[in-house]
Ligand binder design. Structure first.
Ligand code: CA
Length: 614
């Protein structure tokens, strides 16, 4: 164990610090200095002894190819590694590794675990693996790099963001972060307070920082950035509070902003930023810009390098109630939409709106996936999504043409189907609670029939593995709504009162669906044992999924459960990688209420695991 690898040198204002693994064993004086420095908004800098310690720990690099994350390796998605959020630009969450397969998965055991020295709401991070190092994020935008063979810490970086009670950023749904991006010598992370930070891959030290959101506003960043055509792409969140959504691209080297594309129009007394915004404004009424309109890009993205199109999903309206947001009605473009953008300038190429005139927090920010499928005798390049609204969409990814849309949740009461002529949902008569003046229970709830949890694709089964859920919620228009900064501004009443009793849910609360995107239908399902995590598909014909406090392996063809281990409540998304010919499966899980947040990594013939049940 190295000793004093951390030194404190006050520098310019920035709430950031790099801490070596032994920094948890700081002397009381050092703790005092750190705490002092944090309060003074000072920054910690590591002296060369830190770099020396790192050099000794840095895992042996195997091949030259593994050392490089660039446009080529991102495009080819190096099989043994996991270089971007969905492993590839198509966001398939599919690993071509097959050492671990349906016949031997029962021998899966622990390789190592690592406890994140930071607690928070829960973990949603998909780790990345490159050159023998695994990178991920924990609570409050905490970033870390571990030796992927051993789980030994290489570095961690804590941006020391205060929580909301202490003046930190407003977050609707927990202090979560979905992970980092890698490119060349840098690790990129979006912070809860809206900063985008580039860290040195080897040392974890800050190379540049840029504020991607207006300071002092209700934006936050929870999504993983992506590197597309050499630029770093990042969105944001905050529509519950009331913000105007956008997505931005930055130069990976310098952090300079390359472009910004808004998803909803701003104040029409000012010039619109683009033709798309000018056209979108025709679909809004009233003074929507006061609250912001919403449409944040907080999660799903994908990239097609052949078409050179960047796809992003946009979020719900702010406020939720359309009658409080756009009182004359309208589709309110581009809320709840899949957008195809030119990654060179962010200009809109096509759009498809899954939920026109959103009234229900039915975001289309859910994970996007690009597939090449044969549909009715034709080879189609498609983009698929299972957004919150409960319909599984298959679109032509060149044009945005709707190919099919079918319900994947067991009981949708807001719409009975999607009209293939118009591409619009067939809303049920009770769904528009503002127009009827009647509060109503609807499914899905604002939590959605599918949320942030990645689905995965297996090319040999031709199936998508979708972590879905059944839920419902009460919606009623809030009368006399007025915007107030810093609080939820949904304009919708959801709480108790004189509302009718909750209708019984149809179907399980959570489930894994094996979904055929060609026939757009369910092939098999496995019920959840608790809250869903994300999924991973492998060439071993396995699908791994988080569920409750477990990591579960299923036969991808039949759904048969083959293996399970207890990893901690609140599972994120598993990934697969290979080192020295051994395949590893790694997942983050754990909440404050159920042991430490932890990374657990498995190999064949590893040590004993705790099977299902506590
Ligand atoms: Ca929302």
């Amino acid at each position: 164990m190295q000793g004093h690898s951390l030194k404190v040198a006050p520098t310019t204002a920035s709430r950031s610090c790099v801490r070596h693994r032994d920094s948890l064993l700081l002397s009381p004086q050092e703790e005092q200095i750190m705490s002092y420095s944090r309060h003074r908004n000072r920054r910690f800098v590591c002296i060369p002894v830190f770099a020396l310690a790192l050099a000794a720990q840095w895992p042996r690099l195997t091949t030259a190819q593994e050392q490089v994350v660039d446009q080529l390796t991102l495009r080819e998605a190096t099989p043994a590694e996991w270089l971007t959020y969905g492993r590839d630009h198509a966001e398939t969450h599919y690993s071509p590794l097959d050492e671990i397969n349906v016949t031997n998965v029962v021998r899966l055991g622990l390789a190592w675990t690592w406890d994140i020295p930071k607690v928070g709401a829960r973990l949603e991070s998909t780790p990345l693996v490159s050159a023998g190092v695994i990178y991920a994020t924990g609570p409050m935008s905490f970033v870390f790099a571990l030796n992927a063979r051993t789980g030994e810490e290489i570095w961690h970086w804590d941006p020391a963001i205060p929580d909301e009670q202490e003046g930190g950023p407003s977050v609707c749904c927990g202090d979560v972060n979905r992970g980092v991006a890698l490119y060349r010598d840098k690790v990129f992370v979006g912070l809860l307070d809206g900063r985008l930070v580039a860290l040195d891959r080897v040392t974890g030290m800050v190379k540049w920082t840029v504020q991607t959101t207006p300071p002092g506003t209700d934006f936050s960043v929870t999504g993983a950035p992506r590197v597309v055509a050499g630029k770093i792409i990042i969105g944001n969140a905050g529509a519950e509070y009331g913000v105007r959504g956008y997505v931005s691209a930055y130069d990976t080297e310098t952090g300079d902003q390359m472009w910004r594309s808004y998803t909803v129009p701003g104040d029409p007394s000012l010039p619109f930023e683009s033709e798309a915004m000018s056209a979108a404004a025709e679909t809004w009424t009233g003074e929507w810009w006061v609250v912001g309109g919403g449409g944040t890009v907080w999660d799903g993205m994908a990239y097609d390098p052949e078409l050179d199109l960047l796809y992003v999903g946009t979020g719900n309206g702010a406020p939720w109630s359309r009658d409080n947001r756009s009182p004359g009605g309208g589709d309110n473009l581009f809320l709840s939409s899949i957008l195809a953008l030119n990654p060179a300038d962010g200009e809109l190429v096509w759009h498809y709106q899954t939920t026109p005139g959103d009234d229900w927090d039915y975001t289309a920010t859910q994970p996007l996936m690009l597939l090449d499928l044969e549909i009715e005798g034709r080879q189609r390049g498609v983009i698929v999504q299972a957004p919150k609204n409960g319909f599984f969409y298959v679109l032509d990814r060149r044009t945005g043409e709707l190919i099919s849309a079918e319900p994947f949740a067991d009981d949708l009461t807001w719409a009975s189907g999607v009209d293939m002529e118009t591409g619009r949902p067939i809303e049920t008569p009770q769904a528009r609670y503002g127009m009827t003046g009647q509060g109503v229970w609807l499914s899905p709830s604002p939590n959605g029939a599918h949320n942030w949890r990645p689905m995965s694709w297996n090319p040999s089964t031709g199936l998508i593995y979708l972590p879905a859920q059944n839920n419902n919620s009460y919606y009623e228009k809030a009368e006399g709504f007025e915007y107030e900064q810093g609080v939820w501004n949904t304009g919708t009443v959801r709480g108790a009162g004189s509302r009718p009793p909750r209708p019984e849910l149809i179907g399980p609360r959570t489930m894994l669906l094996a979904w055929d995107p060609v026939s757009n239908s369910e092939v098999w399902r496995a019920e959840g044992v608790g809250r869903n995590g994300g999924t991973l598909s492998t060439a071993g014909n396995l699908v791994f999924r988080g569920s409750g406090d477990q990591l579960i392996a299923h036969d991808a063809r039949t759904g048969e459960q083959l293996w399970t281990a207890r990893v901690g409540d609140g599972t994120a998304t598993p990934v697969a990688y290979e080192l020295d010919g051994r395949q590893y499966i790694s997942i983050l899980a754990g909440t404050t209420s159920d042991g430490p947040p932890r990374m657990s990594t498995f190999v064949l013939d590893g040590s004993a695991v705790i099977p299902s049940g506590k």
